[in-house]
Design a protein around this ligand. Structure first.
Ligand code: FCB
Length: 454
């Protein structure tokens, strides 16, 4: 009788029949240097922010969250969240402010940060390039420059030995396609080219840079008898036609998805790059150095878009939000099933490649959606793991509200809100909820449910 009662109580508490996450599932938070550190004055973004109209309300990254001045506080907040991974980036523009000139103080600072994290029991996962480029690289032509892969290799050849065996997980480049979409297919990111037919060269250079980096990192660390895990963080977006009966929308959706979601990951397995869109782009390249260069698949997942086609309108193709769908503060659709769909596709294309969710998160200033958003995505992940998809960990974007690129400080993705004047970090309710989740999973319990989730 007692056990029946206990089971009933459990059922009331956990009404959603979600799978459990494995006990060794890893939780983390993600950030990027330019968005949190401040004073990134030798970077292309710093210059970009000075152009009127580029950043909402004319804001600048400035001191950002002053993460270097708040290291102990931020690490102790990560500990209360119960995370064991911190995914963050180091800033090329600070490490190498002028071509061939390295700032040893900056490297020492990054090295010290790793020690502090490890002392706190948090494993660093480091990104080498997250959206920003040094000004001198930009002046050479940025991602269009045919010397960029070599320059990137020089930078990381200096950086990797500083960290040595202390850091296992390396992400070479964050979201190539966000840089391409923001900087080459539109003009919300530098260099602001805004022309679909321009994207071949920078994509190829990103692949070459990654490929060379992959081999170099392995070579440096394997000499020390240490095997790193090297990958790339992909921003995958679920794309669906707006009208299921519209065959043209189906076709365009498939083409965009091939270009945006799969051209880069596929080339990292095959060494062959190809993208095609009728009358706009047809680019191909053999990139042997990129072949089989992912030890894990980094997935940044946020949202879905619908593809709308109207050949008689000025913009023939539009991306629109599913009518009536729930959205975050930036109007991005909240679509947890999307992460499962993408995980299935990754597993089909790259069977048994370990997967890390390197970003997932929500702009939600008043915090009324964040906990539910996280739980719903974790449910989907748990279910896929049970079906055999090897997802190893989940990093939530992000710890503190920060400088959100073109949105400036107006988008609030943090577990902690940030007062831009005092730089005080104040926990949102979802911070406590997340720590309850991480602790439950560690104990082998289901993801906790509250009444509001039902
Ligand atoms: C991702 C970026 C990250 C942040 C989040 C909200 O695409 O990698 O820097 O802007 O979106």
């Amino acid at each position: 009788m007692r056990s029946i009662l206990a089971a009933l109580i459990l059922l009331v508490q956990f009404p959603v029949s979600a799978a459990n996450l494995p006990r060794d599932f890893r939780f983390g938070v993600s950030t990027a240097a330019h968005q949190v550190e401040g004073n990134n004055s030798n970077s292309d973004w710093w210059q970009w922010e000075e152009i009127p109209g580029k950043i909402k309300n004319g804001q600048r990254s400035g001191i950002a969250t002053d993460s270097w001045g708040h290291q102990d506080e931020d690490i102790s907040n990560m500990k209360s969240l119960g995370v064991s991974v911190y995914r963050y980036s180091i800033e090329w523009a600070k490490v190498e402010p002028k071509e061939g000139v390295f700032d040893e103080k900056v490297l020492a600072q990054y090295s010290d940060q790793v020690d502090r994290l490890l002392r706190a029991g948090i494993e660093p996962m480091i990104t080498l390039q997250h959206f920003t480029l040094p000004l001198w690289v930009k002046d050479h032509g940025g991602w269009d420059w045919d010397g960029i892969a070599g320059a990137f290799e020089t930078y990381l050849t200096k950086v990797i030995p500083v960290f040595g065996k202390r850091v296992k997980y390396w992400i070479t480049i964050n979201e190539p396609m966000s840089m391409i979409a923001g900087g080459y297919m539109s003009d919300v990111f530098p260099p602001g080219v805004n022309n679909l037919s321009s994207i071949g060269t920078p994509m190829i250079n990103m692949l070459r840079a990654h490929g060379r980096a992959y081999h170099r990192i392995h070579e440096i660390l394997e000499k020390q008898n240490f095997t790193p895990m090297v990958g790339l963080a992909h921003n995958l977006i679920v794309l669906d036609p707006l009208h299921s009966y519209n065959l043209l929308e189906h076709y365009v959706t498939r083409r965009f998805s091939q270009i945006y979601n799969w051209a880069i990951p596929d080339a990292l397995t095959t060494g062959e790059f190809k993208i095609f869109f009728p009358f706009m782009i047809n680019a191909k390249a053999d990139i042997p150095e990129a072949k089989n260069t992912q030890d894990f698949f980094g997935l940044n997942y946020y949202t879905r878009y619908r593809v709308k086609v109207n050949l008689f309108s000025k913009d023939k193709f539009e991306k629109v939000v599913t009518p009536g769908a729930p959205v975050n503060d930036l109007g991005w659709e909240i679509y947890p099933e999307g992460i499962a769909r993408l995980l299935n596709q990754i597993q089909e294309r790259f069977p048994q490649m370990p997967i890390w969710i390197t970003e997932n998160g929500i702009a939600d200033a008043d915090d009324h959606l964040r906990t539910k958003y996280i739980k719903e995505h974790l449910d989907q992940i748990a279910d896929r793991i049970e079906a055999g998809v090897p997802v190893k960990g989940y990093c939530q974007w992000t710890l503190n509200d920060n400088f959100e690129w073109a949105e400036g400080f107006t988008a609030h993705f943090g577990f902690y809100s940030l007062d831009p004047k005092t730089l005080n970090r104040v926990p949102r309710q979802s911070a406590a909820d997340f720590s309850e989740i991480t602790r439950s999973v560690k104990m082998g319990l289901p993801i906790p449910r509250s009444r509001e989730d039902q």
